[in-house]
Design a protein around this ligand. Structure first.
Ligand SMILES: Cc1ncc(COP(=O)(O)O)c(C=O)c1O
Length: 397
């Protein structure tokens, strides 16, 4: 049996690999602290779970769901966008349901990238941007995100030849893995670039509600005329602690939505209707759980900032997401540092290069662990002399 070339052309999924290493350590009896994956540790709010429980018992929800989402689901999503961002989205022509934004990203890329087309993607970035582009036969072009450019790509640095071949650009703010944020002025420039080069702009807004210290993340549709060239992917995964439920939506340019919908209707049969009912309860319900979780993440971040500074790191507190993007100690590669963290302290942190070439020299910490577990992680680092100024010779000994 031989698998397709396209499967051989992509690296194994980063988090699956990291999880293998974590499992091996657990099997050796290590009490592993997993700061690796961005998966909220708090439960889905009870009113959403109750809506699901009721809906699952209703036989009307047991049959095939309609393609693109139920009317009620799309209307509730559009209403949520109107309330949260003051933008007007037509639920019939400008929204299609998604089985989470990972699926939405893949199918958006499949719908717009042909062999030889360029997809302009952030580097570092969520790994699917790159792998799905390769699966589509296209060429990812990395737009560097660095501390120096405040993790915002400089569109002027994209060569004309690359821009001519580009069909798609993906942006993601608040950003994974860097926790960078973007303002409307940046999105205006992105929209102008997309218009000039006739490309679809896909904004992955997975972390729209996970913000701190008074910061509020904008939607790209707050930019006038953005709907001419953009779609935005939304997910309930992080906002409502629903990563396991698999539901989201794409909103925006009606032609692009039609293309994504058309591709999807050939490869999946949408989302269990009971889950859509639960998602409506999420959109229409109170925001208090979002505020509670953000308070929790901010407390964890503050603890991490304090302890990491004591360990020698220079840290700017992140305004959004539950990620911290940090430099590895001088003299070590990202991979070496990640391995030391697991082998010496039993802590999982992904190496920055897993997110793209510009991630080399960095690692990501995810704050999906209690303050007690985080404190334990920093205690272990201190005890094992893991700090920003650790000498390579010492740690290799
Ligand atoms: C930037 C980004 N996009 C998309 C996703 C996928 O989320 P979903 O659970 O909606 O598929 C993630 C998940 O971590 C993410 O970080």
């Amino acid at each position: 049996m031989e698998v397709a070339q396209r499967l051989k052309s992509i690296p194994p999924y980063v988090f699956a690999e990291i999880d293998k290493k974590r499992q091996a350590a657990v099997a050796r009896g290590v009490d592993v602290i997993n700061l690796g994956i961005g998966d909220p540790d708090q439960p889905t709010p009870p009113h959403i779970v109750e809506a699901m429980q009721k809906a699952v018992a209703d036989p009307a929800n047991h049959r095939y769901p309609p393609f693109g989402g139920t009317k009620e689901y799309k209307a509730a999503a559009a209403e949520w966008m109107a309330k949260r961002f003051r933008v007007s989205i037509d639920p019939d022509s400008e929204i299609t349901s998604l089985i989470g934004s990972k699926e939405g990203l893949h199918n958006t890329i499949m719908a717009f990238i042909d062999s030889g087309d360029v997809n302009l993607i952030p580097d570092p970035g969520y790994p699917v941007y790159r792998t799905s582009t390769i699966l589509a036969g296209g060429d990812p072009y990395f737009m560097p995100l660095t501390p120096e450019n405040e993790f915002l790509p400089d569109f002027k640095l994209i060569p004309g030849e690359v821009a001519r071949k580009a069909k798609l650009m993906i942006l993601n703010y608040p950003n994974n893995p860097t926790a960078g944020v973007a303002d409307l002025e940046f999105f205006e420039r992105a929209v102008a670039f997309a218009k000039k080069h006739n490309i679809l702009l896909c904004h992955d807004l997975s972390y729209s509600e996970m913000t701190f210290d008074g910061y509020k993340a904008p939607s790209i549709f707050e930019v006038k005329g953005a709907k001419d060239v953009a779609v935005e992917l939304h997910t309930l995964s992080k906002t409502y602690n629903m990563t396991g439920w698999r539901i989201g939506f794409a909103a925006g340019n009606s032609q692009a939505i039609k293309a994504i919908h058309s591709l999807k209707s050939n490869v999946d049969t949408d989302i269990f209707k009971a889950i859509q009912v639960a998602a409506i309860a999420a959109f229409e319900g109170p925001r208090d759980n979002i505020d509670r979780c953000n308070k929790l993440y901010a407390e964890r971040r503050d603890l991490a900032v304090r302890r990491l500074r004591e360990l020698g790191w220079e840290v700017t507190p992140n305004k959004a997401t539950f990620y911290m993007w940090l430099r590895v100690p001088p003299g070590l590669t990202s991979q070496e540092f990640s391995t030391i963290m697991l082998d010496k302290a039993g802590i999982v942190v992904p190496p920055g290069n897993a997110y793209g070439p510009c991630g080399e020299g960095f690692f990501r910490v995810s704050l999906c662990a209690s303050v007690e577990r985080l404190a334990e992680a920093f205690d272990r680092m201190e005890k094992n002399a893991i700090g920003f100024n650790m000498a390579k010779a010492t740690v290799k000994a």
